[in-house]
Ligand binder design. Sequence first.
Ligand code: SAH
Length: 255
Amino acid sequence: MKLDIVTIFPRMVEIVRHEGIVARALESGLVDLATHDLRDFTADRHRVVDDVPYGGGPGMVLKPEPLFRAVETIRRTRGEPSAIVLMSPQGQRFDHAAARRLARLPHVVVLCGRYEGVDERVREHLATEELSIGDYVLTGGELPALVVLDAVIRLRPGAVGDAQSIEHDSFVRGLLDHPHYTRPPRLDGLGVPEVLQSGNHGAIRRWRTREALRRTIERRPELLASVQLDDEERELLRELIEEQEEGATTHVEHH
Ligand code: SAH
């Protein structure tokens, strides 16, 4: 997969080459990341990327020509992209489904805005889609681009060592993940659920399914509407709901 990121701060993006799963995926060639300094696509001596807004008002706007030229160069040197994503708080909300969709594409270009944003013609005639990472405004599209890059890369086959570890992640099936524990078995009197130490794989799997369902009902009940549950899960869900209704749920919180 090819990923091209266009930014006025390439160093902010390049940090992903140094640490963790993403760095390994890039090093192994699983994903071919290229960052492009928007200033390299300016035509003037001062390499100016922004200009004052038409109509007046505060702030600056990213000029359109360098962005168009950057994408033109990417087309020529890296091939025709499958998607040109403009990071924008006004875009569609980035979620697991969007990450999965992008992870299947062979070539994605990401454009990072700055200042008041980018000239509208970039949105209309250059970008193929706009993505937002949430309802808040950041100073630039670099952190959002990194969020997208990270979520997409970890879904690429081979990026995460144990593919199974992804399957249970929150949102993959539409349920939140179950709780996780590691050693020590007692931490100043705080224990680990017996069943996890029982070695009984059936019981462990059932406990995890139950706790994933419990988390989901408690925190994100709306997610349940779009999950296909199997027979066992439906039964566990029924039990959990009954428990809740009886008020029998003694909120087991592990502080
Ligand atoms: N005036 C714009 C915000 C500009 S913020 C507005 O109100 O819509 C500057 C740049 O940061 C944006 O062009 C975008 O690329 C990026 N950005 C800021 N918040 C973002 C978010 N929540 N998701 C994705 N990109 C964001």
